[in-house]
Design a protein around this ligand. Structure first.
Ligand code: SF4
Length: 443
């Protein structure tokens, strides 16, 4: 019987893509997924190291799975924590057989056995530390078990936002070739086995900068390679959605390309709106510029959906900065927002800044923003009642219009008899906070 594996994924959608690639490789090389970690011969934890809370969750998960695994099962730790604290983790967690970071060699031929070799290879000797990284971007992935799939188009980031440690351990941006991305999209849209994907969600650390590190003609001519990519992916699939757009990257051609896909969804990573504080974050923009951009897009497409994330309690955030953020949220009427409190990260600019904001105050500000935004989101959802939308059925009873990103935003309850993967026009009859009810459905 084939060896069984259990893969636990923590963190963001980008990590989920990595896990799918890892699962594809393990399956292809003869391992089979199992239903519970206790019966696995191999347990892999794909960790997140974004902030302190995420690191704690990763370590707790590793220890929990270590205690549950069966005798003789291997435990492998990969992902951002492995990358950032590889040797330290290997030394601190004797329960772990291997700590393996993700590598950087994008255009080299990838040895598909690498992941399995890492996972099932000789046990790490006590002093061996972490193993060298391996590259997941070009590995095969299994057919998707949902009618949507994330596709990661680049790894790393060339920016230096004051609070973010990602560039320090994921490295500079490395974009995948367009042909490889399109190959992956085609395989998901027309799989040899399993159900086709109808929606692709493009992800990268800084998606709008996709391709700027490549020497393709588009990159050298000054054009924005993501614009071309969005058009090409859109030609292969019904829905294309873009996550994580740095505000300066949202150029006029990119706005037009997104609107042309029929998914008018804009995920703007704003973080804050008070100009001097944004500059302290080493980022671009302020409330006025962001509002101008949002209004412009709404003039082109009144049904455009906006998501953003904001950081509360960045060093130096004064009461008037917070008031500016509240005023912006009121004025912008965004559909979806995520709020996070600042966490001081080793090796970042912010860790050395004065005027740290007390954690309790940051949390208070977060609560205030969340309460305001919850009411705005509910109002935006109410406005959809009585209108008819094309709904992509993700699972029995669950669907999404183009205005909800999978796993992040609300859902639409649809009749249970609609087959997953179908797209059906239905009237929205009720709003339930973040979720909606379509005709014939029950919540
Ligand atoms: S753009 Fe995103 S990944 Fe890059 S440094 Fe800023 S926050 Fe970090």
């Amino acid at each position: 019987m084939a060896n069984g594996y259990w893969l636990e994924t923590l963190g963001c959608p980008k990590n989920q893509v990595d896990s799918e690639k890892l699962a594809g490789t393990l399956t292809r090389d003869g391992l089979a997924p199992v239903d519970d970690p206790e019966s696995a011969d191999l347990v892999v934890v794909n960790t997140c190291a974004f902030i302190e809370a995420a690191r704690q969750e990763s370590v707790e998960t590793i220890l929990h799975l270590a205690s549950r695994r069966k005798a003789g099962a291997r435990l492998v730790v990969t992902g951002c924590m492995a990358e950032r604290y590889g040797d330290e983790l290997a030394a601190l967690l004797p329960e772990v057989d291997l700590v393996a970071g993700f590598g950087t060699a994008l255009d080299t031929a990838v040895d598909h056995a690498t992941a399995v070799a890492v996972a099932m290879g000789p046990r790490r000797s006590k002093d061996a530390g972490a193993v060298a990284g391996f590259d997941l971007l070009e590995l095969p992935r299994p057919a998707s078990n949902t009618p949507w799939a994330y596709v990661k188009v680049a790894e790393g980031c060339d920016r230096s936002c004051g609070f973010c440690a990602i560039p320090s351990f994921r490295g500079a941006q490395r974009s995948r070739p367009v042909a490889r991305i399109l190959e992956e999209v085609r395989a998901l849209a027309e799989p040899a086995h399993g159900s086709p994907v109808r929606e692709i969600v493009l992800v990268a650390q800084d998606l709008a900068s996709y391709g700027r590190d490549r020497s393709a003609p588009a990159a050298t001519s000054g054009a924005q390679p993501i614009v071309e990519l969005v058009g090409e992916v859109s030609a292969l699939i019904e829905r294309v959605r873009l996550l994580y757009l740095y505000p300066t990257g949202l150029t006029e051609p990119l706005i037009e390309a997104i609107l042309a896909t029929g998914v008018p969804y804009f995920d703007l990573s704003l973080q804050h709106v008070a100009g001097p504080l944004v500059r302290r974050m080493r980022r671009w923009g302020d409330a006025e510029r962001y509002l101008e951009r949002i209004e412009h897009i709404r003039a082109l497409e009144p049904d455009a959906t906006f998501r953003s994330s904001f950081l509360l309690g960045y060093p130096g955030e004064a009461e008037e900065d917070h008031d500016a953020l509240l005023a912006f949220l009121e004025a912008a009427q965004l559909d979806w927002c995520g709020f996070f409190t600042f966490s001081s990260e080793e090796g970042t600019v912010a860790a050395g800044l004065d005027d740290q904001v007390p954690a309790a105050l940051a949390l208070e500000r977060l609560t205030e923003c969340s309460e305001l935004q919850d009411a705005i989101t509910a109002t935006r959802r109410d406005a959809m009642v009585g209108r008819t939308y094309d709904l992509l059925v993700d699972a029995p009873g669950r669907g999404r219009t183009v205005h909800e990103a999978p796993q992040i935003d609300g859902i639409v309850h649809v009749p249970d008899d609609l087959a997953p993967g179908t797209i059906t026009a239905l009237e929205v009859t009720e709003s339930l906070g973040t979720d909606l009810l379509a005709a014939g459905a029950s919540a």
